[in-house]
Design a binder for this molecule. Structure first.
Ligand SMILES: [Cu+2]
Length: 155
């Protein structure tokens, strides 16, 4: 009997510890998210099933650098980080695996520069729609951002 009571107590303590750990995790997540601000998130969409380009400003208000390592969206098969460049009058772009944004830096994703490349639409999209995107960082932070679908002519 004494043994059983002990077991129950141990179980309660374990549960309480698990809850405290969860509370800590949630608090940490919120504190981190507040150090990043995204503004002017726009997804430029060409007609047909061509990739879309994502433009936005990412402001790191925190004390530490953050590293963007990817993005995902339920509306697309995959999302890549790209940078555009020009050689001999020809426009090129290539994929980056990460971008580091320093403390206090406002990093701009803009036409002819860095952008997110949204590959293979999995659902129809129209100008004016909102698209859910999650930005992923090297510290496991996930930042949800809503992109507004715009016409390339408006950029
Ligand atoms: Cu691209």
């Amino acid at each position: 009997m004494a043994n059983k009571a002990l077991n129950v107590t141990a179980q309660r303590v374990t549960q309480r510890l698990a809850l405290s750990a969860l509370a800590l995790l949630l608090t940490a997540g919120v504190a981190q998210a507040q150090t990043l601000e995204v503004s002017n998130a726009q997804l430029s969409l060409l007609p047909g099933n061509t990739p879309g380009a994502g433009y936005f400003e990412l402001y790191n208000t925190g004390d530490e650098a953050v590293t963007l390592v990817g993005a995902k969206s339920p509306a697309f098969d995959s999302v890549e980080i790209h940078v555009s460049s020009e050689h001999d009058g020809m426009a090129h772009m290539h994929e980056l695996t990460s971008i580091e944004i320093a403390s206090g830096e406002r990093f701009e994703f803009a036409p002819k520069g860095h952008h997110l490349m949204f590959m293979r639409r999995v659902e129809p999209l129209n100008i004016g729609d909102d698209v859910d995107v999650v930005l992923e960082f090297s510290d496991e932070q996930q930042l949800p951002v809503t992109f507004n679908v715009v016409s390339p002519a408006s950029m």
